[in-house]
Design a protein around this ligand. Structure first.
Ligand code: ZN
Length: 678
């Protein structure tokens, strides 16, 4: 896979940490973060903190961009699966027109199915990409269809009966949206709509390999904005652009972007928007690259946005991009935090507990931009990333760099919504631990991420003659452990309080509690009983937590306790634990700097891979009783335009009262431009 990093946040990561001390401006204490829960999903709401402080012109810009972000929703449905729009609209027609019993189990199951279709932008699970099965049968479904006037349906009844029914109810048909399985034709066995029906993987690969020129230092992202189809035996790209496929939706996007250009904050930003409009009109990938380069150059604008065919996770070949949009503005206060860290990068490097031979003489910290999401669209809606690193084209990243952002009002909403779900209460040992997590959790969690990203990965150096790939399959886990240990070690130092990154010498303890609890227990909720830990971030967490537990055992730095038949890990000595983190950081850095494969292997195989089956079973059982939804998504706020007597815009206000179903139905009415088949 490409080195893109959209980080999708599973609810689990957040449950342990809680609220920030700071009172966020214009987030009222009665703000409703939780909207509803169904199937394995939870719907939340995010506050656009700081919106009211923007100038009218900035609000206007955000409004136009936010409209552009909603208009492409249908594209995502159609890209995911060619029958998605017909299915969604059929169910919306039932939902609106059904006059029978809405309290029956069948109808309730139908509502859940429709909500899941909205959530996944289609009939395949947004995360696993497996087709989900309706909780009602086809007889019931057809009985409802029979009652509806055909004119209210998106397609005729014959099509519903003959085509859509098997597609929805037969688990064998188009079972997976993205099939990555080795040894089969991954295009033919994937249900997505990026490739024409009789295009084989071999044909697709040959088609795009032919376009590649190894001497071209600035290659466009071939195939990014089109569907490849076979017409009369000949492969043809159907480009997504004005006048091409998806034109009705793209025209609307362009309409709002052109309005946005009139209130751009500066010439650079206007140029960015102009390139994007030009690209949507022509479909030229060279223009898309120009847009990306201009977007990277624009560092001063307060408001920023992504709008286009961006990520390629939905295509098993990683060429075709899903449509998405994220409109945002800079969180100045939080960005200041990463600037402080970055400015002190050399101090942190010089004072780290690693051998001087492995330290960088000159280290450059990275400043991560922290943003506030103002609107989510397409592939970012309702499930959304918490961080983005773009653009994806390798040559642009190499020559022009990339923008890396974290979306703090989204993580804040996750954090707030997790209050009272019982997770922390279940796995934390004492009330003191719980209270501390509530008080400092969100702040400590953010700081850990910042230290990990802005300093941890960039610290240290390899010895001369070490290439960096010596650790092979263990390299990724060692690298993550290095960054985490760097963060953990420094969080417990006075320097952090001096720099005002944490309020006092108590706050870091919640980060330690959380890390040990997660590394030894709670992250196991994501693994099936009997399996080992495979993923490198998860391996890293258990590696650190278990190593520290074992090495502090004699002095009971971390103690395994049993209360009412339940297991807990309790930290008795936070200062000793910090010393252990420092020792381990020194060792992990040595392993990395020397390329010591044998030690990397021995550490990881000893501490990071295997799970105690009894503890695992216990954790899973305790987790299941909490009945939590593992995946979350968000409804958007509603932007309302206020006009004065002369019809001029005098203000834009935000409304947070719209529910999930209301919003989805409204989008399907007001922002739905495509035919059911494209
Ligand atoms: Zn990392």
């Amino acid at each position: 896979m490409k080195q893109i990093s959209i980080v999708f946040m599973l609810t689990l990561f957040f449950m342990a940490s809680c609220k920030t001390e700071k009172v966020k401006t214009d987030t009222k204490s009665d703000f409703q973060f939780n909207v509803e829960k169904f199937a394995d999903l939870k719907i939340l709401r995010y506050p656009v903190t700081g919106f009211n402080d923007l100038s009218l012109k900035q609000k206007e810009l955000l409004y136009y961009l936010s409209q552009a972000a909603i208009e492409g929703r249908d594209i995502m449905f159609d890209q995911n699966y060619r029958h998605n729009l017909a299915i969604r609209r059929t169910f919306e027609a039932i939902y609106e027109n059904y006059t029978g019993d809405r309290n029956s189990n069948n109808f309730k199951a139908l509502e859940v199915y429709l909500k899941r279709v909205w959530f996944s932008n289609g009939i395949h699970h947004h995360y696993s990409t497996d087709k989900f099965v309706p909780g009602f049968d086809s007889d019931y479904f057809l009985s409802l269809i029979n009652e509806i006037d055909e004119s209210k349906l998106p397609v005729n009844k014959k099509h519903i009966e003959e085509t859509l029914v098997p597609v929805m109810f037969n688990p064998q048909i188009d079972a997976k949206r993205v099939n990555q399985q080795q040894g089969v034709d991954i295009i033919a066995t994937s249900a997505n709509n990026y490739w024409g029906e009789n295009v084989s993987q071999a044909e697709a690969e040959a088609f795009y390999n032919e376009m590649k020129d190894p001497n071209n230092k600035t290659p466009v992202s071939y195939g990014l904005n089109s569907r490849l189809e076979k017409e009369k035996g000949k492969l043809t790209e159907k480009v997504w652009k004005v006048g091409g496929v998806y034109s009705p939706a793209i025209e609307k996007i362009v309409f709002w972007l052109e309005k946005a250009a009139t209130v751009a904050e500066n010439d650079e930003q206007k140029q960015v928007i102009d390139y994007l409009v030009d690209y949507y009109k022509t479909g030229k990938l060279e223009t898309f690259d120009k847009y990306n380069v201009a977007w990277l150059a624009d560092q001063d604008s307060h408001i920023d946005f992504v709008n286009g065919f961006i990520e390629t996770y939905g295509d098993p070949l990683g060429l075709k991009a899903s449509w998405e949009s994220l409109v945002n503005f800079k969180n100045i206060e939080a960005t200041h935090r990463t600037e402080i860290i970055s400015e002190n990068a050399q101090w942190f490097e010089d004072h780290s507990p690693v051998d001087p031979r492995f330290k960088k003489k000159k280290v450059k910290g990275v400043t991560a931009k922290v943003i506030t999401a103002a609107m989510l669209g397409g592939d970012c809606y309702p499930a959304t990333p918490i961080g983005i690193n773009l653009p994806n084209a390798d040559w642009i990243r190499k020559e022009h760099g990339s923008k890396s952002v974290t979306i703090e009002n989204i993580t804040y909403a996750y954090d707030q919504a997790s209050k009272g779900n019982g997770f922390l209460e279940e796995f934390a040992y004492s009330q003191k631990e719980i209270d501390r997590a509530r008080k400092y959790g969100f702040q400590a969690d953010n700081l850990h991420t910042d230290l990990h990203e802005c300093l941890g990965h960039g610290s240290g150096q390899l010895l001369p003659g070490v290439a960096g790939d010596e650790l092979k399959a263990y390299g990724a886990t060692i690298e993550e452990a290095r960054a985490d240990l760097f963060a953990l070690y420094y969080m417990g130092t006075n320097k952090i309080v001096e720099l005002k990154l944490l309020p006092d010498n108590e706050a870091f303890k919640t980060a330690y509690d959380d890390y040990i609890r997660n590394g030894l227990m709670t992250q196991l909720t994501r693994i099936k009983l009997g399996n080992n830990i495979e993923e490198s971030h998860m391996r890293n967490r258990q590696l650190i937590a278990r190593w520290a537990y074992e090495h502090g055992k004699d002095e009971k730095v971390i103690e395994k306790k049993n209360k009412d038949g339940k297991t807990f890990y309790v930290i008795n000595d936070y200062i000793k634990l910090r010393e252990l983190f420092g020792q381990f950081l020194a060792e992990i850095q040595r392993v990395k700097s020397e390329g010591d494969y044998e030690t990397a292997k021995q550490l990881i195989e000893t501490y990071a891979v295997k799970i105690d089956p009894d503890l695992h079973a216990e954790v899973l059982e305790r987790y299941e009783k909490l009945d939590l939804a593992p995946y979350s998504g968000f409804v958007n706020p509603v932007y309302k335009v206020v006009k004065d007597d002369s019809g001029k815009i005098s203000n834009i206000t935000l409304d947070y009262t719209e529910g999930y179903t209301e919003q989805m139905m409204r989008y399907s009415k007001e922002h739905s431009w495509l035919p059911s088949y494209n």
